[in-house]
Ligand binder design. Sequence first.
Ligand SMILES: Nc1ncnc2c1ncn2[C@@H]1O[C@H](COP(=O)(O)OP(=O)(O)O)[C@@H](O)[C@H]1O
Ligand SMILES: [Mg+2]
Length: 378
Amino acid sequence: MAARPKERTEGPRKDPVVTLGARVIVVEDDQDVAESLREVLVDGGYLVQSAGTCREARRAFDTGSFEVALVDLQLPDGQGTELAGPLKSSNPDAEMVLLTGHASVESAAEAVRAGASAYLVKPCAATELLATVERSLRQVRLHAEKRDLARRAQMAEKLAAVGTLTAGLSHEIRNPLNAAALQLSVLERRIQKLAPDLQKPLTDPLTLVRDEIRRLDHILEDFLQFARPREFQARPVDLTRLLGNVVDLLQGDAERRHVSLERDFAAVPPVYGEEGLLRQVAMNLALNALEATPEGGQVRLWARGADRHILLGVDDSGPGVPPQLRERIFEPFFTTKASGSGLGLPIVHAIITQHGGTIAVEASPQGGARFVATLPRV
Ligand SMILES: Nc1ncnc2c1ncn2[C@@H]1O[C@H](COP(=O)(O)OP(=O)(O)O)[C@@H](O)[C@H]1O
Ligand SMILES: [Mg+2]
C-alpha cells in the first residue's frame, strides 16, 4: 500500500461532513492488507470494523450498521459478491466496494453484477481508496435523501387532502359553537341576578361548560391554522426574547403541574423567519413536553447557534417517543391523548418546513423526548 499523502492527515479536510463518523466494514482475510486498509480509513475519519470471512461479515451486518462495505472478492468461505444481498437486507442504504487481486473486464463486470458500486484493485493507493469510499458514501447519502423526499411528498399529499376537508368542517362547527358561547353568557348574566345561595350550584356546571367550549375553540383554531398555512415575510427574529416570552406564558401552567420549566437560550444569534409562527412552534413543543412530563419533572427550552443554522430544542423528562412512532407523530391527526387534536406537531412541521428548516425527535439527556428544529440563521 502506498504511503498516505500528508495533507490527508494534517490540515483541515475539504468536506469533513462527508466522512465524519461514517462506518465502514472491511471484509478481507489477508491480515496485512486488512490492517493497512483499516489504518488509512481510520486516519480518513471513518469508524472501521473488520471481518475475515463471509460468515463473520454476515454476523457483523446483522448486529452493526454500516454505510460502506469494502469486500475482498476471494474469501476463505466464499465469494465476496455473495455478501451484497445480506448487506442490503440489513443496511438498505449501504454500498459495497469490491477488492480484487487483478484488474480485468471480467472482475469489473462481476462487481457490477453483484451490485457493488465500485471496485478497487489491490494494492491500491491511499488516495484512491479514500476517494472511492467517499464516492460510495455520496451514493449512500443520495439513497437516504431519496427516501426522505418520498416521505415528504406523501406527507404533503396527505396534508393537502385533509386541509380542504378541515377548513370546511371547522367553519361548520365554529358557527354553532359561537352561538352556544353567546347563549352561555346570557345564562351567566341571568344567574348573577339570582340570590347568592341559588347561584353556587348553577355556576359550577356553567364554568365547566365554558371551559369545554374554550377547549373546542382551541382545537378548531389548530384545525384552521393547519388547513390554511399563511404566507409570511421573513425577518430577523430575536429567538432569546421569543423563547423568554413563551416560558413566561407557560410558567403558570408548569407550576400547576409541578414541573420545572428551564431556560437555556441566552444570546442566541437571530434567526430568519416570522415571529408569530415561530412562537407557535415553541409553544406547541413546550405544551406537548409539559403534558408528557410527570410531577417533579423538568422541561427545558434551549437554543444555540450552529454552523449554518440555529438549533431550537425542547427537552423533557417524560416517557419519550418510542422509535417506531418518531415519524408517525408528525402525521396529521395522530394523537395518543384522549382529547388531543393530533395537529400540534403537523403544524410545527409545516411551519419549520416553510422556514426551510428541519424537525426531528430523539431521546433527551433526561430520558424523555428531545425535539430539535433547525432554522436558517440571519
Ligand atoms: N414531548 C413528548 N413526549 C412524548 N410524546 C410526545 C411528545 N410530544 C408529542 N408526543 C406524541 O405525539 C403525539 C402528537 O402530538 P401533537 O401533534 O402535538 O398532538 P396532540 O398533542 O394533540 O396529541 C402526542 O399525542 C404524543 O403521543
Ligand atoms: Mg400537542
